[in-house]
Design a protein around this ligand. Structure first.
Ligand code: DGY
Length: 312
């Protein structure tokens, strides 16, 4: 008998096909009346799969009395109330580690882009402005600059290691110093921002970090400082960021994530001192395959051995 799996996320098609072959899977969004479906069939499901961008509400969890495990496609768990799930006896698995490299690569790509104006320079060439002038404005040197990292988890550490190739001076802010970290801990986020040339945000999302990057932090970063966000849109007060960019109180921002994805404020699109990506930090074929494998392996391991490969 195949395990009954409820899919409430947005999964890559290949993963959806794969899970459909190995499990008795229902994709809730494909049901004509998801509410009626849940009312009739909720008790049959022992497993649930979702994705970082979608998560699962406590309301849905509370209607699945026999649910034993959630397997999340993604490292971000800000859309799942893990404590609530665990209190209900539901194990939560996710996909850490396998995306560290790609998210760190994207952070550095964004950092180089916003410092040197690469996306803006591309627009300049395409518009024929190279031929007509004026000259493209000078950028900001990256090598040897000061890199402040907000959040020194697995990805934060990978970003810090990337900086070695750029001879950067690195400091970080986290709730507490990270054991074995070779970089200087800065207990005050505002002080880190004041010190840094580039402030890279890679802390977890959720209520505890909502608007951690606020007006005061942006003011501390100052008119020569750049913000890079590869964490969650919720971590940055987007309204305060837009004001700071418009007033040139910071030099620029490079963003992979936004407060109300996929909505990106029009006003950001009109600014040249920003780089905007559609939340693609982990989006390479290799990494998405590894994430999909972990989603399946978590389920397989849970039902075969009673333990997740990557528990939350
Ligand atoms: C994650 O894994 O949480 C990413 O943000 C999804 O790309």
């Amino acid at each position: 008998m195949k395990i009954k799996l409820l899919n409430v996320g947005r999964l890559p098609p290949a993963l959806e096909t794969r899970l459909g072959q190995t499990h008795d899977m229902t994709t809730l969004a494909k049901e004509q009346d998801p509410e009626a479906f849940l009312a009739a069939h909720a008790a049959g499901f022992t497993a649930l799969v979702s994705s970082a961008a979608v998560g699962v509400s406590n309301d849905v969890l509370d209607r699945l009395p026999n649910l034993k495990v959630i397997s999340n496609f993604g490292v971000g768990l800000d859309k799942i109330d893990v404590a609530h799930a665990q209190a209900c006896g539901i194990a939560v698995g996710y996909t850490p580690d396998v995306l560290n490299d790609c998210v760190a690569d994207t952070a550095f790509g964004l950092l180089l882009d916003i410092a040197r104006g690469m996306s803006a320079a591309d627009r300049y060439v395409r518009k024929g402005q190279w031929v007509q002038g004026p000259a493209f404005p000078l950028g900001r040197k990256v090598s040897g600059a000061r890199l402040g990292i907000v959040g020194l988890g697995r990805i934060g550490r990978t970003i810090a290691r990337r900086s070695i190739g750029f001879d950067m001076d690195v400091r970080y802010h986290a709730r507490k110093p990270v054991a074995d970290a070779e970089w200087t801990y800065e207990p005050s986020l505002a002080e880190l921002a004041r010190w840094a040339d580039f402030l890279v945000v890679i802390t977890a999302g959720g209520p505890a970090t909502r608007h951690l990057i606020n007006e005061a932090v942006l003011n501390a970063l100052g008119p020569d400082g750049f913000l890079i966000n590869v964490a969650r849109g919720s971590v940055v007060d987007e309204t305060a960021l837009i004001r700071a960019l418009q007033d040139k109180r910071i030099a620029g921002a490079a963003l992979d994530v936004f407060e109300h994805e996929p909505e990106v404020p029009q006003v950001l699109m009109q600014l040249d001192n920003v780089v905007l990506l559609p939340h693609i930090a982990s989006a390479t074929r290799e990494t998405r395959q590894a994430m999909a494998d972990r989603v399946c392996d978590n389920l397989q391991s849970f039902f075969a051995e009673g333990r997740l490969l990557s528990p939350a």
